[in-house]
Design a protein around this ligand. Structure first.
Ligand code: HSE
Length: 302
């Protein structure tokens, strides 16, 4: 049997935390990067168009390649070189899971190129280890609304579909945010009352997102991370406050600085100055791998 030497994967943007579900809850969104990888006997090359073009590494340091190398190592094979083509639509460093999308793309492409030796559980475990927390890689890989956790074996997750009335809208600012800095802004411990507050809200959020979106406003309240991070993203914190003042279920997306509204936005917010507004749909399928090149961008299919 001849093994396919090129695969393309479409990976969705993701929003993590969703308010109270810090490091646990995540949602896949209808905004995608498409990545093609081909194994070659030549040194690795990387071509990026769209988001991140000009900024991202063009060699073995590119995050998709690093994730591919790690996955090939786990499988026990390693190609000489990889020809990588990325067509990116997910804004980088905005709290929309661009690094998780790169990691999931790398893990799934390496697995496909190796003949599919790993299960999806294995793919999630590797991706979670590379990202450090599972709440973006889980919805990116599985799609839908995910509840993720880290067991002694690594990242695990369950995925479910959201209620059709859930309408995600993003407000993406021009400025970038670094997850590392946002995590450094968090205290080492929190009051028990705040932990208990978030436990209840997270549980309610699962119900609100899947069964009763009328509860989304209360279900997206948080005391564990957003206030601590607000000084590092004052415009985002102010927009969340303004939207919530109108009873809209708005939160910081992941580590920010993008703002996510889960229950749609009134027309007067769509042109909010300083933000690019995207009205999206939840993505139910997650990462989708297919054989061959990106035909639309390279002009031919393999
Ligand atoms: N749960 C993570 C955080 C998501 O808020 O730091 C960002 O990657």
């Amino acid at each position: 049997m001849v093994r396919v030497t090129a695969f393309t994967v479409r990976v969705p943007a993701t929003s993590a935390n969703l308010g109270p579900g810090f490091d646990a809850l995540g949602l896949a969104l209808s905004l995608y990067d498409e990545v093609t990888a081909r194994v070659t006997a030549e040194p690795t090359t990387v071509r990026v168009t769209g988001e991140g073009a000009g900024d991202l590494a063009k060699d073995e340091e590119h995050l998709v390649i690093k994730a591919m190398r790690e996955t090939f190592a786990e499988i026990g094979e390693q190609p000489a070189g990889i020809e990588l083509t990325c067509v990116n639509a997910i804004p980088q460093a905005r709290g929309l899971g661009s690094s998780s999308a790169a990691i999931v793309a790398g893990v799934t492409l390496a697995n496909a190129l190796s003949g599919g030796k790993l299960s999806q559980e294995d793919e999630l475990r590797i991706a979670g280890r590379l990202e450090g927390h599972p709440d973006n890689v889980a919805p990116c890989l599985l799609g839908g609304f995910t509840i993720a956790w880290t067991s002694h074996d690594g990242a695990r997750a369950v995925s479910t579909e959201v209620h059709p009335a859930v309408q995600p809208a993003l407000f993406v600012p021009a400025n970038r945010g670094l997850t590392k800095e946002a995590r450094a802004a968090l205290p080492a411990s929190v009051p028990h009352a705040d932990a208990s507050f978030n436990a209840g809200r997270s549980a309610l959020l699962v119900y609100a997102l899947t069964k009763d979106p009328s509860l989304l406003f209360e279900a997206t309240e948080d005391r564990l991370h957003q206030d601590y991070r607000a000084p590092g993203m004052p415009e985002s914190a102010a927009l969340v406050k303004k939207l919530r003042g109108r009873k809209i279920a708005a939160v910081i997306s992941g580590a920010g600085p993008t703002v996510l509204a889960l229950s749609g936005i009134p027309a007067d917010f769509a042109g909010e100055s300083g933000w690019v507004c995207h009205t999206l749909a939840p993505e139910s399928a997650g990462a989708r791998v297919r054989p061959g090149n990106i035909s639309s961008t390279l002009g031919h299919a393999e």
